[in-house]
Design a protein around this ligand. Structure first.
Ligand code: IPE
Ligand code: IPE
Ligand code: MG
Length: 254
């Protein structure tokens, strides 16, 4: 597809997701298939993430959340973990200007205190510099796990009850959501996972309750804009019923 054709396709998509989550998986396998070290796959994955951010900016998608490192990924060999931490640090440095120019608002979710101090500082700086931006809300999940986030919320709620800030009976889905890391974002409409694995691997479990989920065999470093557009076109045709029934069925019966 040429750039012009792809622009045309983009402009005709009616119903874009407000909040898109991506599980960027398959970097290691992509590198191994080429006889390279896994970190080369992660480096190439970063370039793909950059392309995707630019596409989302162009499409005026409100929020994009990228799963870069899970709470469980700490169990990988130290060499890979250290390589990834260094890569995150370099990436943030390299793309600060790009995010500012595109008015992107950046935020990290996940247990920050476990990250190297220098990375913590860079993340804080990036959040501060972009905090007034009104473009794409870009969230990077590093050291994030949905179960850990939910447990954190429960503990926080118990503290607030003990301090008399909220009543137990006031807890409902909406209040609970406010205690989670994604409380600043619209509801999660679409999750894409690359690399053929058909699981969520502890990504946004609460938020994905009614999300569309798209699994693709493509390894993350091979993920192209054309495939992304096809997924968005597919999404735009889906009818989300939230447990109810089709509108026409309801009308015919009435
Ligand atoms: C995803 O790619 C990136 C991270 C989890 C950091 P993987 O590193 O999981 O790649 P595969 O699944 O081994 O191919
Ligand atoms: C999920 O991928 C985490 C990220 C993409 C950051 P993993 O490769 O860690 O997931 P599993 O181990 O296959 O479930
Ligand atoms: Mg993987």
């Amino acid at each position: 597809m040429t750039q012009i054709e792809s622009e045309k396709n983009l402009s005709t998509i009616q119903n874009l997701p407000k909040h898109l989550g991506i599980i960027m998986d398959g970097n290691g396998r992509w590198a191994m298939l080429r006889g390279k070290r896994r970190i080369f796959g992660h480096e190439t994955g970063v370039l793909k993430a950059r392309e995707l951010v630019e596409t989302c900016v162009r499409l005026r998608i409100e929020a994009l959340t990228l799963y870069a490192f899970s709470a469980e990924n700490w169990s990988r060999p130290a060499k890979e973990v250290n390589g990834l931490m260094k890569l995150f640090e370099k990436t943030i440095e390299k793309y600060t200007g790009l995010l500012i120019d595109n008015r992107v608002r950046f935020k990290q979710v996940g247990k920050r205190t476990l990250l190297p101090k220098i990375l913590q500082r860079k993340l804080e700086q990036m959040e501060a510099i972009t905090s007034q931006n009104e473009g794409l809300k870009l969230t990077l999940a590093i050291g994030y796990g949905a179960q850990q986030d939910i447990i954190g919320a429960v503990k926080h709620i118990i503290d607030d009850i003990n301090q008399g800030k909220i009543e137990k009976d006031a807890i409902d889905e909406s209040l609970f959501s406010n205690y989670l890391s994604f409380n600043h974002l619209p509801k999660l409409d679409l999750v894409i996972r690359t690399s053929g694995e058909t699981r969520l691997s502890n990504f946004m479990l609460w938020e994905a309750a009614y999300s569309e989920i798209h699994f693709t065999e493509t390894l993350w470093p091979n993920f192209e804009e054309q495939e992304f557009i096809e997924i968005l076109e597919n999404y735009s045709k889906s009818e989300r019923r939230y447990g109810s029934i089709k509108k026409e069925v309801e009308l015919k019966k009435a």
